[in-house]
Design a protein around this ligand. Structure first.
Ligand code: CU
Ligand code: CA
Ligand code: CU
Length: 377
């Protein structure tokens, strides 16, 4: 069968094998451990929580064969992981992974600012493309291409009308670009063959344009072959705040939905928000009861045509692309194609833990799931 994982040498979990909870990963599945136990509605949620018939009967101490050789972080931490699908050990501790999705939530990079002669604000950033390995799942090393050593890259924040300069240096082994979504001149578009086009290894280029239109946008490499250049990790959020601002949010954050193709082919073996599968299962997003939560939600997922976002026990207002100040929808589930993004706004009326995840069950079971933890106000 084509889904047989290799059990020696480098860990190469195939998507099919992981979903089946097979072979090297059989010791781990047990998604069922978390869902129905504290759920008031096990019938509805069984679909989120069960990988296969065997899922429920695995060890609860978190020990397993897969990822053997990876350092562990203690029994308490591992105990939390007994309930995860697909691979052993749940999420990798951020310090070991090299990615901290919780820190990325609130990390808006406003750049270095100065004032131009015409009174406008100039924002400047240095962005460097570097090849870097990340341990995205226990024992699974992803040879990434990154902007500034992180996946996703920095979330660039500007105000509508600001002048922007992005000083890009390619320190990687392949040619890259930065293609920004926005309104700008062709030669600043980061498209190969136009203007500076591809930036060769060791070369630099400064992208220069104005911040318009306001909204929640993104940037990514546009070198061909395009799919791997994006899927290797060259992307990030690009937020343009309206000139007059938005109503103040109490808790504003960015969530970049991505995937990892760890075994070649044209499919992903892992999915995540802000770069690390299952991270928000172990480190729930902290919010307070009744506060206004604003999420800049961006889908950069390669290979799969559609991603989605669903929250439990609540509904949210959705602002597609963030380009208008009135929401278009009040819902609990939205879908985004690659490059699509928008703003999710909600308040949690009740304390407790509420799941959020791709409503595509397969993505959720391969890492794209987490919790909001609502503290009583
Ligand atoms: Cu590239
Ligand atoms: Ca694959
Ligand atoms: Cu794009």
């Amino acid at each position: 069968m084509d889904g047989t994982p290799k059990t020696e040498g480098k860990t190469m979990p195939t998507r099919r094998a992981m979903l089946a909870g097979a072979a090297a990963f059989a010791a781990a599945p047990a998604l069922a451990g978390w869902a129905p136990l504290d759920s008031k509605d096990p019938g509805h949620h069984a679909g989120h929580g069960t990988v296969s018939g065997q899922a429920a009967k695995t060890s609860t101490d978190g020990s397993s064969a897969a990822g053997a050789g990876s350092p562990r972080t203690g029994a308490g931490h591992m105990a939390n992981h007994a309930g995860h699908a697909g691979f052993a050990g749940g999420s990798v501790p951020p310090e070991r992974a090299g990615i901290d999705p919780t820190a990325i939530l609130h990390d808006f990079d406003r750049g270095k600012t100065s004032t131009l002669p015409d009174g406008r604000t100039l924002r400047e950033w240095d962005i460097v493309a570097v090849d870097m390995d990340f341990e995205i799942a226990p024992g699974v090393t992803f040879p990434g291409w990154s902007y500034n050593g992180r996946i996703p890259g920095p979330t660039l924040w500007a105000q509508e009308g600001d002048a922007l300069r992005i000083h890009f240096t390619n320190a990687g082994a392949h040619p890259h670009t930065i293609h920004f979504h926005g309104i700008h001149r062709a030669e600043m578009d980061g498209t190969p063959g136009i203007g500076a086009g591809s930036i060769a290894p060791g070369q630099s280029f400064t992208y220069e344009f104005d911040a318009t239109p306001f909204g929640t946008h993104l940037y990514h490499c546009h070198q061909s072959p395009l799919a791997p250049h994006i899927a290797k990790g060259l992307y990030g959020g690009f937020i343009i705040e309206p000139k007059e601002g938005r109503p103040k949010a109490d808790n504003e954050m960015v969530m970049v939905m991505n995937g990892y193709n760890t075994d070649g082919g044209d499919d992903n073996e892992f999915y995540s928000v802000n770069g690390l599968p299952f991270h928000f299962m172990d480190f729930p997003v902290q919010v307070k009861q009744n506060e206004l939560v604003r999420i800049h939600l961006i889908n950069v997922l390669e290979y799969d045509p559609i991603n989605s976002f669903h929250v439990h026990g609540n509904f949210f207002h959705y602002y597609p692309t963030g380009t208008m100040l009135t929401p278009s929808e009040f819902t609990d589930t939205i879908s985004q194609v690659q490059g699509q993004r928008g703003i999710v706004e909600l308040r949690f009326p009740y304390p407790g833990k509420y799941m959020f995840h791709a409503h595509k069950t397969e993505f959720a079971e391969l890492g794209w799931m987490g919790f909001f933890e609502v503290g009583a106000s």
